[in-house]
Design a protein around this ligand. Structure first.
Ligand code: UDP
Ligand code: MN
Length: 261
């Protein structure tokens, strides 16, 4: 049967959180054999995410880990200063390793062919992307649209092999790829128990901190028609303005806080 895709999504409480998770879940509902590992950036599981997931219809695991304060982006910091979601992705990897080691027999064997993908909550995913990544042997790669100040970034393929990367910035980074641009086999995650994201990595090196030691450029498996098709977009959601809400609240006329948004 079909290999399972474990999708690890870091997420944090903010006005648009439920909207983002709704869009993602309604994509994932169309993907067979997908297990969603949602990792909240919080000190405990939140009721919003718990209730949302239980009603979503997607197979899921709800995890949480709070980003330490010194690692967190402060209000006013430029967005590139610190990597986001690193601790949460590592928590997802920890859970996968623990779960795999506790799972024996047929189910354990099924995990061996599984695939791991890191899906941020604000991106846009084509259903076709999941069928591309399902056959990942070690690490598969593909283009990402609307990222890095470019129309797209992508691995460049020659005679079936990745030979370099099309990117607007520091092409000589070990793996100049966005988080959304690769998937790894669970087997590789399990045979490299120390592979993790370095939350202190310099800007643009978070993906490399994980992939370095797992594969070489020559071993990358190009998907999406030899990396010629964009099937995922690094969209970013505008922060909603609360000008009217704040004004009405001062008069005691704010939107009912009991209504979940
Ligand atoms: N994220 C998080 N905690 C934070 C900020 C972000 O868990 O304090 C999550 C966010 O929900 C997303 C991922 O980390 O799934 C990447 O964040 P973001 O989309 O803001 O990064 P960017 O698109 O700017 O690279
Ligand atoms: Mn994002």
């Amino acid at each position: 049967h079909l290999p399972t895709i474990y999708v690890i999504t870091p997420t944090y409480a903010r006005l648009v959180q439920k909207a983002e998770l709704t869009r993602l879940s309604q994509t994932f509902l169309h993907v067979p054999q997908l297990h969603w590992v949602v990792v909240e950036d919080s000190d405990k599981p939140t009721a919003l995410v718990r209730d949302f997931l239980s009603a979503s219809g997607v197979a899921y695991t709800q995890l949480h880990t709070l980003t330490p304060k010194e690692r967190k982006l402060q209000d006013g910091d430029p967005s590139w200063l610190k990597p986001r979601g690193a601790e949460q992705r590592n928590e997802g990897l920890r859970w996968l390793r623990e779960t795999a080691s506790a799972t024996k027999g047929q189910q354990g064997a099924a995990m061996e062919t599984s695939v791991v993908y890191f899906a941020d909550d604000d991106n846009t995913y084509s259903l076709m992307l999941f069928e591309e990544m399902r056959s990942t042997q070690r690490v598969s790669v593909w283009p990402v649209g609307l990222v890095g100040g470019m129309r797209f970034e992508r691995p460049v393929v020659d005679k079936g092999k990745v030979v370099r990367f099309h990117t607007g910035w520091r092409p000589n980074r070990p793996f100049p790829l966005d988080m959304a641009g690769f998937a790894v086999s669970l087997r590789l995650v399990l045979t490299n128990p120390d592979a993790r994201f370095d939350g202190d990595a310099q800007m643009g090196f978070l993906e490399s901190s994980f992939l370095q030691g797992l594969v070489t450029m020559e071993e990358l498996e190009p998907k999406a028609d030899m990396c010629t098709k964009v099937l995922v977009w690094h969209t970013r959601t505008e922060k909603p303005k609360m000008k009217r809400e704040d004004a009405l609240q001062k008069q005691g006329l704010g939107s009912d806080p009991k209504v979940e948004v």
